[in-house]
Ligand binder design. Structure first.
Ligand code: J2J
Length: 550
């Protein structure tokens, strides 16, 4: 296999991680039959009326892997996976991991813009999509994107109405045939532990797609250490609420953490309180995870709906800032332990321990999962700040890759020459070594946990001939924490409404959650010394506008 854009860890460190056992030296797919044999008929995945045992999962994943191989996909290829939270997500991902075909985790709201850019960047050989989802025809989108990609990509569809020319994924999962023969063949053609296992998407700070390559070794490190930090075991029933393609529900400890611990994964098709409460009650869910904006909705709804949450032991909350008093309110209202999570698809992951005293459980985001994770807090000049001081967090470790995939110029900015990843987050460390996230220096908008690159939105808006200058900034929001606001200076005599800008972005194929929800028009922009829009000044201006009586 060759992934030219992959940045490896230094060989001596890789060796040390393996020698210490923090990298297991195995592939993610290599556990599948061990689980099937040890756990047999125990339920692994629940999705509505569908209940897959560990054995069902192994048989179906291998059937799909073998048939995808017959169709020409092989180790080192990559496909875009854009599936909602369904049992097929687990089978498809597992099949690809068995085969060494790298799933690139897209999200259901992504459209032409994201799929085409990312698909071209990773040279996707296929797109796995639902037929329709929430009234949107993903098949049609996938055919359009496949047609625009230089790599010849097939359209693989999970659903009842598979269009002519598309591959019916459910049919390929049919368990009939030579199960043992397929297993032996796949075991013999397994990828290597140092191969890329999955591609994750970064929130990004530029218009360039930033794809994070996670190897089997480093992703397994992340999953197994996360499962341990969250006390996952064979009694764990994990409810996957956030879109499964996000690192958080996928592997922190999430879906894979629950499977590794021998537990059960239950899918919720929506983060709304009613289906979430119904799933918790019906399946006796013990753990779930979500961003603060979602958990707050559960807290509000619990007061009136009075669900039976007695099985719930842990809620993992992370992805955006959470004030200590709100954290405490959440834990009390849901009647369970709250574990805060500070994580990133780029690797580092911190959890407050299940038995942390209240001051640390509510007031911090916890320590990293392993003593091999290194944290360094630096000031604006890149110099370490005194202990306890606030600054940008740099990190290195066995779960934090050394570069984004295939963007060497970007990597010079995002990583230091000695391999530290610049998180772009402002953090301080407590005397116990627990992280407290205080803000960020990176140029993105965090809308209820969804990261939106300001640069990506700005680059598209700049295409409008009426626009002279544009800057996207976060507008504070009581529900989502932040929403996208664009400041625009129009060319003389021109103007556009927010609705007109939104329509243009939708037509350009930008995911709906990235579309600006607020427009502020300026006659003149504040600029930094190097002539860029001064976002600090724009944020101050926004606060002034908001403080004026309406
Ligand atoms: C403040 N900001 C936070 C927190 C992440 C687990 C949990 C979350 C993510 C995730 C993840 C935060 N408080 N508790 O991948 O495995 C912001 C930071 C961080 C960025 C990463 C996981 N937890 N953040 O959110 O890749 O700014 O991952 O750098 O989407 O989210 O975003 P993302």
């Amino acid at each position: 296999m060759s992934f030219e854009g992959f940045v490896p860890w230094p060989a001596d460190l890789a060796h040390a991680y393996r020698a210490a056992g923090v990298w297991p030296g195995r592939t993610m797919g290599s556990y599948l039959w061990e689980w099937a044999e040890a756990r047999g008929d125990r339920v692994a995945v629940v999705d509505g009326v569908v209940r897959l045992s560990y054995r069902d999962l192994a048989v179906r994943a291998d059937a799909l892997a073998a048939r995808l191989s017959e169709r020409g996909l092989s180790r080192g290829d990559t496909v875009l996976v854009q599936l909602p939270n369904t049992w097929e997500f687990v089978v498809v991902t597992t099949a690809l991991l068995r085969l060494g075909v790298v799933p690139t985790m897209m999200l259901p709201p992504h459209r032409d813009h994201e799929l085409t850019a990312i698909g071209a960047h990773v040279r996707a050989r296929g797109l796995v999509v639902p037929d329709t989802w929430r009234g949107f025809d993903h098949q049609e989108l996938a055919f359009r994107v496949a047609g625009a990609l230089p790599s010849s990509a097939s359209v693989l569809v999970v659903g009842d109405s598979v269009a002519p020319g598309a591959v019916d994924v459910r049919a390929l999962m049919d368990p009939s045939g030579d199960v043992a023969g397929r297993q032996a063949w796949l075991d013999a053609h397994s990828p290597a532990p140092s191969d890329i296992a999955v591609f994750l998407l970064s929130g990004g700070t530029t218009g360039v797609p930033k794809v994070i390559s996670r190897t089997h070794d480093d992703y397994l490190f992340n999953i197994t250490h996360s499962a341990r930090a969250c006390a996952f075991d064979s009694e764990t029933v994990y409810l996957a609420v956030l879109p499964a393609g996000h690192n958080f529900p996928l592997a922190s400890p999430g879906i894979f953490g629950a499977l590794h611990a021998g537990g059960r994964v239950v899918f919720s098709s929506s983060p709304r309180p009613e289906p979430v409460f119904a799933a918790i009650e019906a399946e006796r869910v013990t753990a779930t995870s979500a961003v603060p904006a979602v958990v707050l909705k559960w807290v509000d709804a619990a007061a009136s709906l009075k669900p039976d949450l007695s099985s719930l032991r842990y809620v993992h909350v992370g992805g955006s800032m959470l004030a200590p008093d709100i954290a405490e309110r959440m834990a009390r209202a849901l009647g369970c332990r709250l574990q805060q999570v500070y994580g990133m698809a780029e690797g580092l992951i911190c959890y407050t321990p299940p038995d942390a005293p209240d001051s640390l459980a509510f007031g911090t985001q916890g320590p990293p999962v392993s003593p091999f994770d290194e944290l360094l807090i630096v000031d604006e000049d890149g110099l370490p700040v005194p202990p306890g001081g606030e600054g940008e967090l740099l990190t290195r470790g066995p779960g934090t890759p050394r570069g984004y995939y295939g963007v060497p110029e970007q990597n010079k900015l995002s990583f230091t020459p000695d391999g530290w990843f610049r998180t772009g987050d402002l953090v301080r460390l407590t005397p116990e070594g627990y992280a407290v996230v205080c803000g960020r220096v990176k140029d993105l908008i965090n809308r209820g946990g969804e990261k939106i690159s300001a640069g990506e939105v700005e680059t598209l808006i700049q295409e409008l001939p009426e626009v002279a200058e544009v800057a996207a900034v976060p507008s504070p929001d009581p529900v989502y924490g932040e929403r996208v606001c664009v400041f625009v200076r129009f060319h003389g005599g021109c103007s556009l409404s927010l609705a007109e800008i939104s329509r243009f972005l939708t037509e350009r194929g930008l995911a709906a959650f990235k579309i600006p929800e607020r427009l502020e028009v300026l006659d003149a922009f504040p600029h930094t010394a190097v002539g860029k829009a001064d976002k600090k000044a724009l944020k101050v201006l926004l606060a002034e506008i908001d403080s004026q009586p309406r």
